[in-house]
Design a protein around this ligand. Structure first.
Ligand code: SAM
Length: 282
């Protein structure tokens, strides 16, 4: 059940889409001079080496962050995200990749707080080590993030981004995402919620999207980046998506400018494409 290790995938096209949107959402929340929290239900290890260990196995970052890293024509949202990666690699060599908690800690004001859940004992331990010395700003629990959000919502400042990024190895994750969001919205209706999901030829995945659209939020946004055509055997991930509830009004325009660029530079075949749709108030 707990075999998933995110390090295998660190910095791949799916991380690019997820972390770029995460940074965009946090920067938007940070524009107001009011505190906010970052809540990560599936935090992973927080930071990854790209030169040793799991990440070198398939070197997925080579068709993800490595393709953007040196470019000087990045759209603003891509540049803001690449800048986080550059700050982690100050000597100019791509050796480390930031996980979602690291991206958040980098762009959030020092006074704003992070609440992180990670169930895997080894990754939770590495996460603790990566944020040692962060004091009360970062609280980490080795716990089930779907249960964890119930305890932290609503957050005291009444402003937050909640990132839900399960592995989906366990089919129940699809259902847990929908029920987790229902619970979350009941406790904290105005929160910004971002769900990452893999694009697979799998019934559970296809059924989840209409369920997400029906949730009682003010608005929703669905952004998918497909880097290649679905595999003939129906297995394997041909892309990934982010589904965002209560997204900022600026996000559709930003992604309209950003997603074609990602298709152009991260696409692996002629079927590379994107989906961007919105509903509710957006
Ligand atoms: N959000 C991370 C990032 O972007 O850097 C990556 C997270 S990875 C896709 C999913 C993580 O969830 C894994 O580290 C896995 O151990 C952890 N996990 C699996 N089930 C969990 C659960 N029920 N609650 C909390 N963490 C869980």
């Amino acid at each position: 059940m707990l075999s998933y290790r995110h390090a295998f995938h660190a910095g791949n096209h799916a991380d690019v889409l997820k972390h770029l949107i995460e940074v965009e959402l946090l920067n938007y929340l940070g524009q107001k001079d009011k505190p906010y929290w970052y809540i990560d239900t599936h935090a992973g290890a927080g930071a990854y080496s790209l030169t040793e260990g799991y990440a070198t196995k398939n070197a997925e970052f080579e068709t993800g962050i490595a393709r953007l890293w040196q470019r000087d024509d990045l759209p603003e949202a891509v540049r803001n995200y690449v800048d986080v990666v550059k700050r982690m690699n100050p000597d100019g060599e791509l050796k480390f990749y930031p996980g979602s908690p690291w991206c958040a800690a980098d762009v959030m004001p020092e006074s704003d707080k992070l609440r992180l859940f990670e169930l895997h004992p080894s990754d939770a331990q590495i996460l603790q080590e990566n944020f040692a010395g962060s004091g009360r700003r970062v609280q980490i629990q080795q716990a089930n993030g779907f249960d964890g959000i119930k305890a932290v919502l609503p957050p005291p400042p009444r402003r937050a981004l909640v990132l839900i990024d399960p592995p989906y190895e366990d089919k129940r994750d699809y259902h847990n995402v929908v029920t987790g969001l229902k619970e979350g919205l009941k406790r904290f209706a105005t929160g910004v919620y971002a769900v990452w999901y893999p694009c697979l030829q799998r019934a559970e995945m296809k059924e989840m999207i209409p369920e997400l659209k029906k949730l009682p939020a003010k608005s929703w946004l669905r952004a998918e980046l497909h880097v290649q055509s679905p595999s003939a055997d129906g297995f394997g991930m041909h892309g990934s998506g982010m589904f965002i509830l209560n997204a900022p009004w600026t996000l559709p325009q930003t992604l309209n400018e950003t997603l074609p660029y990602l298709v152009q530079h991260l696409g692996l075949d002629a079927k590379a494409s994107f989906i961007l749709e919105t509903g509710g108030d957006l």
